[in-house]
Write a protein that binds this ligand. Structure first.
Ligand code: ADP
Ligand code: MG
Length: 601
């Protein structure tokens, strides 16, 4: 635009234009409409909310939300469409204590500015009142009449973005928009297990939840009973926050954070800090690129939560966020350390999308996305070899867990009944379950926890009878030199000994007698090779490498005595269920499951 010096270029925009611009912030896509309407229904005290979506081949054509909430009288119904008209706050200080989902008074005005809206409402508590029907399109009132109507409110939105072609062009495929709608609805429904929801899509029912359901019921309704079964309850109260909800056992994980749901004071929100805290609470129970399924409801003093930082209020600002995140992390960690986390084996169920639509996008919505564990081919060893036995013996001898307060064993007593393929230990429990233990992963976990118990005082360090000399390339030497202080803390006393040469004087006692120095070579090679983006500190990295290299190898057949040793030691670890990289150590079959597989029932 040309800039002149003539005055009179600045104009105050007319209200219709202002509303359209404001609508751009609040109403980005059909999912935003669903969110605003459903939140209004919740704010109106609805006990039942029904959402009906209609779609053509290419797009969502109408959205209707009907509730049995307070409803509105004649005057309020029209006022509701005026920008900044709200019944929820009166003055700015109310923002500190607001508990309703809305308060900006923008949603209805914004939606009506860019669509055709039909509102039918009647006050719930006044049987004599007549209902009101208002039709507004592009901000203009087309109809305002008295009608008979049930108590409550129903809002129908059609022709979304008919007068904002640019916005309309930005809409993605029907399937994508639908998945956004469903994502938001899932969050809202999970945050309000007390309300009955019913969702239909092109006339077919998709989700129905009952009133006053438990959150677990609601989860089962949306994601299926299998998911619900893999969850454990979390509950914690601290001065700053009360936490309630469910998190998955490590056997149920996903490649993204999409199924971590949070509500803060009843508002479904996203918070990267809290989401990370949940993941951190899993520690080594999950691989670094896998995420749990979690549904957590947080109650935080409203003074500490600023909900007015984002037009759609999806993101909130939390004061003292690091402390609150810390409470969440600890709650998750504590919950997991006290639970039986052995994954149950179930016949693989077909994905069950909550809205059946084009397979590609909707498959992403399905719940059966649990981690597929990599299959390793069994090596061709079948009998214990002499060197194998002595090697395993040596490795196992050093790993008696320190005497001390016996940790609450989360595993029942095990009876080893055999081994399989030099990789797995077979065991049973008193309750008649069959357990299959990955011997390497299990021993790795045992060593990892032992190494973690070291206090760096040198107590669990052993001196080598003859120091071992290591030669490395210049690049590796540079890396190793940097690591020497951290290595020393973990029990490796290593000194530089001329150019690119090192002298190893001590190693952690858990590495055994170290008759075979190739173990040391392997550990140092792992250490100096570039780490694969693992964001862990040196101590953690060294501990993991020592545990992995020091553990009995997959493919070495263990004697019955050795198998028993691994099983017994595993029971005493704090986290017997996964190796330090988050892979499972044990899987379990119950009698019923086996009977089912053999069609015995
Ligand atoms: P906000 O929710 O921020 O107050 P909205 O534009 O979403 O703003 O709604 C404006 C007002 O309309 C609300 O404050 C409320 O009084 C009324 N309202 C909207 N939807 C409903 C509903 N489903 N039932 C009862 N009242 C409603
Ligand atoms: Mg609102």
């Amino acid at each position: 635009m040309k800039q002149g010096n003539n005055s009179g270029q600045i104009r105050v925009l007319d209200q219709a234009t202002v509303n359209k611009i404001a609508a751009g912030e609040v109403v980005e896509r059909p999912a935003s409409v669903v969110k605003e309407l459903v939140e209004n229904s919740i704010d109106a005290g609805a006990q039942g909310i029904r959402i009906d979506l209609m779609a053509s081949k290419n797009e969502i054509t109408s959205i209707s939300v009907t509730d049995n909430g307070t409803g509105m009288g004649r005057e309020d119904a029209l006022l509701a469409f005026t920008p900044h008209a709200t019944s929820k706050i009166g003055e700015i200080s109310d923002l500190d204590t607001v508990r309703t989902l809305g308060f900006r008074g923008e949603a209805l005005a914004s939606i009506a500015a860019v669509a055709r809206v039909t509102l039918v409402t009647r006050p719930r508590d006044n049987d004599l009142a007549t209902g009101t029907r208002i039709v507004i399109a592009g901000g203009e009132v087309r109809e305002n009449s008295a009608v008979g109507a049930p108590g409550g409110t129903s809002v129908l939105v059609e022709d979304l973005f008919f007068n904002t072609p640019a916005r309309k062009k930005f809409q993605k495929s029907r399937a994508t928009e639908l998945s956004h709608v469903i994502g938001i609805l899932e969050g809202i429904i999970l945050a309000h297990p007390d309300i009955a929801f019913r969702l239909t899509y092109n006339g077919t029912e998709q989700v129905v939840t009952g009133r006053n359901a438990t959150r677990l019921d609601t989860i089962a309704r949306i994601y299926g009973a299998d998911t619900a079964r893999d969850l454990v309850p979390v509950s914690a109260t601290a001065p700053l926050v009360a936490i309630n909800g469910h998190i998955s056992r490590p056997s149920l994980s996903r490649k993204d954070r999409d199924r971590i749901f949070l509500s803060i004071n009843g508002r479904y929100v996203s918070s990267p800090a809290i989401t990370n805290a949940i993941k951190e609470g899993y520690g080594t129970l999950l691989p670094k690129d896998r995420f749990p399924v979690a549904f957590l409801a947080l109650e935080i003093d409203t003074n500490l939560v600023d909900v007015n930082v984002h037009p759609t209020k999806k993101l909130v600002r939390i004061s003292r966020e690091p402390e609150i995140a810390g409470v969440v992390r600890e709650a998750v960690r504590k919950t997991l350390s006290g639970h039986d986390l052995i994954p149950d084996i179930r016949p693989i169920a077909a994905p069950r999308p909550i809205v059946a639509d084009t397979p590609a996008t909707m498959a992403a919505l399905s719940h059966s996305n649990s981690y597929q564990f990599p299959v390793t081919k069994p090596p061709a060893v079948s009998e214990p070899t002499h060197t194998g036995v002595t090697d395993s013996d040596r490795r196992l001898r050093q790993t008696e867990l320190a005497p001390g307060p016996a940790p609450a064993a989360t595993l029942p007593p095990l009876r080893v009944i055999g081994e399989f393929g030099g990789i797995y230990i077979l065991a049973t429990t008193a309750s008649g379950e069959l357990l299959i233990i990955d011997q390497h992963a299990a021993h790795e976990r045992i060593l990892y926890e032992l190494a973690g118990q070291q206090d760096g005082s040198g107590k669990r360090v052993q001196e080598l009878i003859t120091p071992v000399i290591l030669h490395r390339t210049p690049r590796e030497s540079a890396v190793l030199s940097e690591l020497l202080p951290s290595l020393r803390n973990e029990g490796f006393q290593i000194e530089e000994f001329g150019k690119d040469t090192f002298l190893v004087r001590t190693v952690p006692i858990i590495l055994g007698k170290l008759e075979d120095t190739s173990l040391l070579e392997d550990i140092i090679s792992d250490l100096v090779s570039p780490d694969r983006g693992e964001r862990v500190d040196n101590r953690e990295r060294i501990t993991r490498i020592v545990a992995c290299r020091g553990a009995i190898k997959a493919g070495t057949v263990c004697t019955p005595e050795q198998c028993k040793r691994v099983a017994d030691q595993l029971r005493l670890t704090k986290n017997p269920f996964t190796c330090p990289h988050g892979r499972p150590t044990i899987i379990r079959f119950t009698r019923e499951q086996l009977d089912g597989m053999f069609k015995r029932s």
